[in-house]
Every structure is written in C-alpha cells, then in structure tokens.
Write a protein that binds this ligand. Structure first.
Ligand SMILES: [Zn+2]
Length: 160
C-alpha cells in the first residue's frame, strides 16, 4: 500500500521537475483521503491562506492503480495551484476548469501524454476498478443516481 510519504515524494518530483518554475507561496501538503467514487483529487486552501492541501482519492493507495494516474492527479491539482485556485498565487482564469486550461497547463509543462493517458485510463478502467473495490452499498447508490444512464457514462464526467 502506498503511504502519504510516498505521495509526498511524487509531489516533490513534480515540483522539482515539470513545475519547478512555479512559486510555492505557502505550505503545500498532500495526503490520501477517503476512497471516493468520482473525484480523483482536490485542493483546498485554509482560510488564513497559510496552507494548501491536496487530497488524493484513497483508492490510489492501491498499487494496482498506475503511478501515472496518481501523477496526473497531482499535476492536475498543481495546475489549479499555478492558476491561483486554492493557492495564494494571482488568479489567472475565471474558473478552475475554464475551457481547456488544464490541458494547456499540462502541454506547457511537457505533460500532454500524461493528460491523455489519464483520460483514457479513467474511461477504460476506472468503472471496472470501482466495481471490484467499492463497498457494495456505496456502489449501488452511485449506480442509482437518476441522471446517470449507466455507471460508465456517469464516470466520464469527473468533477475533479
Ligand atoms: Zn480540477
């Protein structure tokens, strides 16, 4: 099982490499959260702005989830940070997912392949992974959401 220390090392690798030109303007922390159905990760800043916290889906502790998926999720949250969302940096866009801004950030940092790999993997593998690993009750409630015509279709619309 991967640990928070492992996660920290993944984050540091991104900060030393593709994100090395980005100013880290407060305390940036990362940890595994609960095992979630749809959100791969999130970033929040404390009210006093001293700390930004990245939370990664607890399912990703499992080593059968490719490392690249964890890296793509971290890079996604770091992109929000770079754009001034949940970070003290100046806000670059109106909203965190304004038209294609995440992809643009990945491209700028030479991570385009990682971006597409993550999209592909989540389409082709995530639904099956959840089926095998989610607690049955949680899985049923996810499947039963009225807007969804099928679980896989629902899973394509990540909010992360
Ligand atoms: Zn996002």
């Amino acid at each position: 099982m991967r640990t928070d220390a492992w996660l920290r090392e993944q984050l540091d690798q991104l900060l030393r490499g593709p994100f090395s030109d980005m100013t880290v303007a407060n305390r940036l922390t990362v940890h595994f959260g609960r095992r979630a159905g749809r959100r791969f990760g999130s970033i929040l800043m404390t009210r006093d702005k001293r700390e930004s916290r990245i939370t990664i889906n607890g399912h990703f502790r499992d080593e059968t989830v490719p490392e690249a998926i964890v890296q793509a999720t971290l890079a996604h949250e770091l992109s929000h940070y770079a754009h001034g969302f949940s970070s003290p940096l100046p806000k670059k866009y109106k909203s965190p997912h304004a038209g294609g801004v995440i992809l643009r950030e990945f491209k700028k940092r030479g991570l385009e392949m990682l971006y597409h790999y993550e999209k592909q993997w989540s389409k082709s593998h995530w639904g099956e992974y959840l089926k095998a690993h989610m607690e049955p009750r949680a899985y049923r409630s996810l499947s039963r959401r009225p807007a969804a015509t099928g679980l896989l279709q629902l899973l394509r619309h990540f909010e992360w």
